[in-house]
Write a new protein. Structure first.
Length: 281
């Protein structure tokens, strides 16, 4: 096969080009480039098919994820689309290859519906057909209030590097899966909402830092269902199409508290070794 291919190239490659690639110095450069090109191609394939790292820039998923975490998201759990390929954008795919719905409670990376160039990480709270509502700060799914028990206090970091103590609670999702949330108040703008009915082919996402998360409680135009509050002039998250899923975040591979670093040179000093290989639940 190699002999046939070589003969074909010799017959079909213009003489000047063939002569150029026959030069010893050109052959040496090609040989030198082969290994790094193979390495880049392999890495690109792995981040498309297996898993890809993503950076967490906000505290909306505290205490599960911290500002500065680098999480690894598995690509295969929910199937593949153009969004599985790093840096590729375009309209939301109608179907995914090997498509599968996530489970309620999964922490997922997805493309923001109003701007698919942007990736978010949130927890899946509602599947197609589910009815989601907030009443006095408590989460209700399909007419049932989720169990909530206090679990001490935790430290929440804001976008300026400041910290404050926030009450921690363990929330139990349908099916028994538990996760920790932060909750400061019970009468905030998104603590009393109408009933969200998740459309077919869509998901409802929420952050674990319930009072500091722009999520599916806020529509694409930024409003909260059932009241006149508008979270942002830029808009919210709204219902997330299944086609926007990129992967399931399953582990923290590194974390840097860059907000408290005075310069790039200080970043190594702010590395959080305790978060290396921390599983995401």
């Amino acid at each position: 096969m190699k002999f046939v291919l070589t003969n074909w190239l010799e017959r079909n490659t213009p003489a000047p080009i063939a002569g150029f690639f026959a030069r010893q110095d050109v052959k040496a450069v090609i040989e030198w480039l082969k290994e790094p090109v193979y390495a880049v191609a392999l890495m690109f394939a792995l981040t498309t098919i297996i898993a890809q790292p993503f950076y967490v820039p906000s505290g909306s998923m505290e205490p599960t994820l911290a500002i500065g975490d680098a999480v690894l998201a598995a690509k295969f759990p929910y199937g593949y689309s153009r969004y599985s390929i790093p840096f590729v954008n375009g309209p939301t795919p109608e179907k995914k290859l090997f498509e599968r719905l996530p489970s309620v409670g999964d922490v997922v990376v997805f493309r923001l519906p109003r701007d698919t160039k942007v990736t978010y990480v949130k927890r899946v709270i509602g599947l197609p057909g589910d009815r989601i509502q907030m009443k006095e700060g408590r989460l209700w799914i399909n007419g049932k209030q989720l169990p909530l028990r206090q679990s001490g206090v935790g430290e929440s970091e804001d976008s300026f590097g400041g910290t404050k103590e926030v009450a921690r609670f363990v929330e139990t999702l349908p099916g028994g899966k538990e996760h920790i949330i932060f909750k400061e108040r019970w009468d905030g703008p998104a603590d009393n909402t109408g009933v969200y009915v998740v459309p077919e082919g869509h998901l409802f996402m929420m952050g674990d830092n319930r009072d500091n998360s722009l999520d599916s409680r806020f529509s694409i135009d930024g409003h909260v269902l059932g009241n006149d509050y508008m979270a942002s002039n830029e808009g919210g998250v709204g219902y997330v199409p299944v086609g926007n899923l990129v992967g399931r975040a399953f582990i923290v591979i590194g974390s840097v508290d860059f907000l408290n670093a005075g310069s790039l040179l200080e970043w190594p000093l702010q590395f959080r070794f305790s978060r290396i290989l921390k599983a995401i639940h």
